[in-house]
Ligand binder design. Structure first.
Ligand code: AMP
Ligand code: ZN
Length: 459
C-alpha cells in the first residue's frame, strides 16, 4: 500500500496519514451555511476533499472510510433570510441544502457518509457547553455563554497566534460582557424573532464553532484522522474547535491532520459574497460543461490559489475533448478500471492533482497509439482508473460529445439550424444547405444523419 502524505497545517509540513483504525478512517470537512446559493469558490473544498475521499476509499476500502461534511443550518444570515421572507428557518435551510446537493452532484462530488445538521445536534451541543462550564473553561454572561480562552494553556497552535499577540493586536473588539477580549461565544442568548432552544444556561442558540465540535464528537469520536476546510477557517473557526473539543476531552487531540484548501480568486481578488464578485454553478454551466469546471478546479494544487476565468474552463474543455477522443479510440465494453501506480503516487503526495493530470496526458498518448485489443483494453482500464479517482471521465465518449452546455439560446439556435438543414436538403436547396453547413462548422457543431433524423454534437 502506498503511504499517504498530507500537508498538516498543525505541523506546517507533510505528514504521513496513520489512521487510528484503518477499518474506520475518519474525515470531517466544514460544509456550507445554507442561507443562499453557494458560489464556485465554495465548490473548491467540496471537490478537493472529494478527491481525497476517493483516494481513502481506494486505499482502505469503501466501507472503511467515514466522511462527514456538516450543514450549518442555524446562524445570523439564515435568521435574517427567514425574517425577510417571513418563514421558518427550515424553509430557507431545506431549500438551499437541496440546491447545494444539486450543485455538487452536477460536479460529480460523492455524497459523504454523513451530513450532520447543527439543529439535529442541539442536545449534544448543550451537553458539551455544560461540560465546558462545569470544568471552568466557559462562563455565562448576560448575552450567552463564552469560552474563556486563557483557560487553555496551548491555545493558538493551529494558527500560530498566541493570546498575548491577539490581545495586543486591534483584531479583537473590546466587549464589556467578556472576561477576555479573545473569548468567543458558545451560546447566544435568545432574541425576539429568532429561533431558540431551552438550555440550563438560558434559552438561546449555538455559536458556529461549537456545532462542529459537537457533531464531530457525536458522529466520529473524540479524535479524528483528518479535518479539512478552506484556509480562511484556520482562525478563528478551527482554532476554536480545537479549544472546545480538547478542553472538553481532557486534552485529547481533536484531529491528527488538519488540511486547508487555498482560495479561488476572481480577477485580482478572492471570490467572496462580501466582495460581490461571486459566480455560481448555474451561471457557469450556462456556457461550460460541469465536468470542465471540475477539471479546472483540479488543475492547480489544492493549497495554491486558483485564478478563475473563462480561459481556464475553455482549456479544461479542450483537455476533456482530447481525453474523450482517446477514450473513443480505445472504447470496448465491460472493461474494469485499474488505477495506475503513477497516479496513486501523485495523489498520495498531498493530493498532487497537477501531477495526476500529467500522468493522464501520458495515458492519452498510449491510448492514441493502441492498435490491438490488448493495448486498447489496458489503456482504457487505466483511463477509467484515473477517471474514477479524480471524478472525471464518467461519461461515454458519445455522452460527452452530445452533452451540450446548458446555453438554451445557443442550443435552440443550433436545433433550428439543424432542422432547417433537413428541410433544405429535402427540398434539394443545396445553396441554403451549404450555408447552414458553414454556419454550423463555425459553431464547432458536427451533424450526423441517422435513421431517426439528424443529431448534432459539439466538436
Ligand atoms: P462559507 O459558506 O463561507 O462558510 O464557506 C464554505 C466553505 O467554502 C469553507 O470551507 C470556506 O473556507 C470555503 N470557501 C469560501 N470561499 C472560498 C473561495 N473563494 N475559495 C475557496 N474556498 C472557499
Ligand atoms: Zn467547522
Amino acid at each position: 500500500m502506498t503511504e499517504i502524505f498530507l500537508f498538516n497545517t498543525l505541523e506546517r509540513k507533510k505528514t504521513q496519514l496513520i489512521p487510528q483504525n484503518p477499518k474506520r478512517v475518519t474525515m470531517y470537512v466544514c460544509g456550507p451555511t445554507v442561507y443562499n446559493r453557494a458560489h464556485i469558490g465554495n465548490m473548491r473544498p467540496a471537490i478537493v476533499f472529494d478527491v481525497l475521499f476517493r483516494l481513502l476509499r481506494h486505499t482502505y476500502g469503501a466501507d472503511h472510510v467515514v466522511y462527514a461534511r456538516n450543514i450549518t443550518d442555524v446562524d445570523d444570515k439564515i435568521n435574517a433570510a427567514a425574517l425577510a421572507e417571513g418563514v421558518d428557518i427550515s424553509v430557507i435551510t431545506r431549500k438551499y441544502t437541496e440546491v447545494y446537493h444539486q450543485d455538487i452532484q452536477s460536479l460529480n462530488v460523492l455524497l459523504p457518509n454523513l451530513e450532520p445538521r447543527a439543529t439535529a445536534h442541539i442536545g449534544e451541543i448543550i451537553a458539551l457547553i455544560q461540560k465546558l462550564i462545569d470544568e471552568g473553561h466557559a462562563y455565562t454572561a448576560e448575552d450567552g455563554v463564552y469560552f474563556h480562552v486563557p483557560s487553555m494553556k496551548n491555545y493558538g497552535r493551529l494558527s500560530g497566534r498566541n493570546l498575548e499577540d491577539m490581545q495586543a493586536g486591534a483584531r479583537i473588539e473590546i466587549d464589556e460582557k467578556k472576561k477576555n477580549p479573545a473569548d468567543f461565544a458558545l451560546w447566544k442568548a435568545a432574541k425576539p424573532n429568532e429561533v431558540s432552544w431551552d438550555a440550563p444556561f438560558g434559552a438561546g442558540r449555538p455559536g458556529w464553532h461549537i456545532e462542529c465540535s459537537a457533531m464531530i464528537e457525536k458522529n466520529l469520536g473524540q479524535t479524528i484522522d483528518i479535518h479539512g476546510g478552506g484556509h480562511d477557517l484556520i482562525f478563528p473557526h478551527h482554532e476554536n474547535e480545537i479549544a472546545q473539543s480538547e478542553c472538553a476531552h481532557g486534552g485529547a487531540t481533536l484531529a491528527n491532520i488538519w488540511m486547508h484548501n487555498g482560495f479561488l480568486n476572481f480577477g485580482s481578488e478572492k471570490m467572496s459574497k462580501s466582495l460581490g464578485n461571486v459566480l455560481n454553478i448555474a451561471e457557469i454551466t450556462a456556457t461550460f460543461k460541469p465536468e470542465a469546471v471540475r477539471l479546472a478546479m483540479l488543475s492547480a494544487h489544492y493549497r495554491a490559489p486558483l485564478d478563475w476565468n473563462d480561459d481556464l474552463i475553455t482549456q479544461s474543455t479542450k483537455t476533456l475533448d482530447r481525453l474523450y477522443r482517446a477514450l473513443e479510440n480505445v472504447w470496448l465494453d465491460n472493461v474494469e478500471a485499474i488505477a495506475p501506480q503513477a497516479l496513486i503516487e501523485a495523489l498520495c503526495d498531498d493530493i498532487n492533482t497537477p501531477q495526476a493530470l500529467a500522468v493522464l496526458s501520458e495515458l492519452v498518448k498510449n491510448a492514441n497509439k493502441a492498435q490491438n485489443d490488448v493495448d486498447k483494453k489496458q489503456a482504457l482500464a487505466e483511463l477509467k482508473g484515473v477517471g474514477a479517482l479524480l471524478g472525471i471521465l464518467q461519461l461515454t465518449p458519445d455522452e460527452w460529445f452530445n452533452d451540450k452546455p446548458k446555453d438554451d439560446d445557443l442550443n435552440a439556435r443550433i436545433d433550428a439550424l439543424v432542422a432547417e438543414r433537413t428541410i433544405a436538403r429535402a427540398e434539394k436547396n443545396w445553396g441554403r444547405a451549404d450555408e447552414i453547413r458553414k454556419e454550423l462548422a463555425e459553431l464547432k457543431v458536427e451533424v450526423k444523419d441517422g435513421a431517426d433524423g439528424a443529431t448534432w454534437r459539439f466538436l
